[in-house]
Design a protein around this ligand. Structure first.
Ligand code: PNS
Length: 163
């Protein structure tokens, strides 16, 4: 296979079942996936710390160890991909509303490093309306998100919002 490792970048604050579905489907095409948390210490409004997010991702893919690697990076994604020796970025597309932002990022990344390709996967139908942002909002307001996030993430979310 020409490209055996794909990079799946994002905030993953926290990882949802939509992300998990995407990683598993990516593994049908690529040998390995690096789930890469982009960090920006200057403007970080994340709910979970990077170590917490890494731990949750590692927990979710414990039985796929070796094929799914969790990592974090600072700075430009294109430089990170180069350091990892990968030329493929995976992103998920949900509704049409995702398209413009994703299109802009893909074109900018391509301009920065033309040898880099962004591949889009359609999000599974049951995860269509799931997003980390909405999951946090719903849990924060006392709603139930079981089934939308992995069990270890659900537990961590409940702990975060325990008052
Ligand atoms: O899950 P998100 O927040 O939609 O992911 C966005 C992410 C992390 C993929 C994007 O912000 C990113 O690539 N950040 C790294 C910094 C960078 O390369 N910025 C220029 C993007 S064109």
């Amino acid at each position: 296979m020409a490209h055996s490792t794909a990079i799946y970048p994002g905030s993953f604050d926290p990882i949802t079942n939509g992300h998990v579905d995407l990683v598993k489907r990516t593994l049908r095409v690529f040998e390995k996936v690096i789930v890469a948390i982009a960090t920006n210490p200057d403007k970080d409004h994340s709910l979970f710390t990077v170590p917490e997010r890494l731990e949750m991702i590692n927990g979710v893919f414990a039985d796929l160890k070796g094929r799914v690697l969790a990592d974090s990076f600072h700075g430009l994604l294109v430089n990170y991909a180069e350091r990892k020796g990968s030329t493929v970025i995976i992103r998920g597309l949900r509704a049409v509303s995702d398209f413009e932002y994703e299109f802009q990022m893909a074109l900018m990344n391509h301009r920065l490093k033309p040898q880099l390709e962004t591949l889009f996967m359609m999000t599974g139908e049951s995860e269509f309306y799931t997003s980390s942002r909405l999951v946090k909002e719903v849990v924060g307001l006392g709603g139930d998100v079981s089934g939308l996030v992995p069990d270890n993430v659900l537990k961590k979310l409940k702990e975060k919002f325990k008052r």
